[in-house]
Design a protein around this ligand. Structure first.
Ligand code: SF4
Length: 119
């Protein structure tokens, strides 16, 4: 495995992936809750609202919190104390070098310092 591949596979989440999966899961929850409202006739409005809120927490909010915590843990080393973290091309939300469009890590600096510019 090359150092570039290891940097690509290092992070399970980025801010972009957390938000996109959150939107995807929210669309599913809304779809399921609308089907509930349409086809489950015995359910009253307050029960339906509570079920929808519980589904939103369980399928959207909680997974996003967990993914964000993992993202913070995995990126802690690169966000603090690497050459890239002080560079104007560093994109923290994607842990990415915007100049070379590559993920960076504490042991992988894609430009090897040659393109570094201060923020
Ligand atoms: S230009 Fe070089 S130092 Fe700057 S973020 Fe990209 S890889 Fe890191």
């Amino acid at each position: 495995m090359s150092s570039s591949e290891s940097a690509e596979n290092r992070y399970r989440n980025t801010i972009g992936s957390i938000v996109s999966w959150g939107i995807f899961r929210m669309a599913l929850v809304i779809g399921v809750s609308l089907l509930f409202a349409e086809y489950v006739r015995w359910i009253d409005y307050s029960t339906w609202a509570i079920i929808t809120l519980v589904m939103l927490y369980a399928a959207v909010v909680h997974p996003m919190q967990v993914q964000y915590r993992i993202y913070r843990e995995e990126t802690l080393a690169v966000m603090d104390g690497t050459l890239c973290s002080t560079c104007k091309y560093f994109e923290p939300t994607g842990v990415l070098c915007s100049k070379l469009d590559e993920h960076v890590s504490e042991d992988h600096i894609p430009c090897e310092g040659e393109l570094w510019e201060p923020e």
